[in-house]
Design a protein around this ligand. Structure first.
Ligand code: FNR
Length: 183
């Protein structure tokens, strides 16, 4: 049976660069894996008062993540950190206290930017949060997609061959990491 890797993108906008990378990843899954997009755009802002309530969006999201074998984060950088929507989703999954749905799941990060450093700040802020949440994050290879706007065609589809090759290697390394952490 194939394993399911959830894709969580830090961007909510239509036709996003993060979505463009997600599209490539989905159609180039390593053998034995399928990718599933997890929507975080409809999650209400986290509020600790909700820990004692049944918030349908939270429950559905938590159940969806619990069922995943691994998680791939694809994110832009917002003001040298991760977008608020992504932090919101991470916080919702971490609570109520003692019910951290992320714990023990293998994860990996791809950051992108039109800028030169490929979302380095977001990538490493995200690593800090994932370490605390006990997501077993792939260390190498790192994936910083700089000048992403130059790597796509006029429809936003990833067209740079070197980047595709890199992503294929990255996904193979992630699949090997998932197998290793499962044993
Ligand atoms: C940005 N952008 C940006 N880029 C960057 O390299 N470093 C940064 O700190 C920021 N900060 C920032 C803040 C806010 C509020 C926005 C909206 C944008 C540019 C941003 O990285 C670029 O828009 C994304 O790469 C687009 O990704 P998506 O949304 O298409 O996936």
């Amino acid at each position: 049976m194939s394993k399911t890797i959830g894709i969580i993108t830090g961007s909510l906008r239509k036709n996003s660069f993060s979505g463009s990378i997600a599209d490539y990843v989905k159609s180039n899954a390593p053998a034995g894996y399928t990718f599933k997009l997890i929507d975080i755009g409809s999650l209400p802002l986290y509020n600790q008062d909700y820990d004692e309530k049944e918030i349908k969006e939270y429950t559905d999201f938590r159940n969806e993540v619990k069922a995943l074998d691994a998680i791939l984060f694809i994110t832009p950088e917002h003001n040298r950190s991760i977008p608020a929507a992504l932090k919101n989703a991470l916080d919702i999954g971490s609570r109520p206290y003692g019910h951290n749905i992320w714990s023990g799941k293998p994860g990996a990060i791809i950051s992108q930017s039109p800028g030169a450093i490929g979302g380095f700040g977001a990538n490493h802020h995200l690593r800090q949060v994932l370490a605390f949440l006990n997501i077993l994050t792939l260390a190498q290879p790192e994936a910083y997609m700089g000048a992403y706007h130059t790597l796509i065609d006029e429809k936003g589809v990833l067209s740079n061959e070197g980047t595709k090759e890199f992503l294929n290697k990255f996904l193979a390394a992630f699949a090997a990491w998932i197998e290793k952490t499962a044993s």
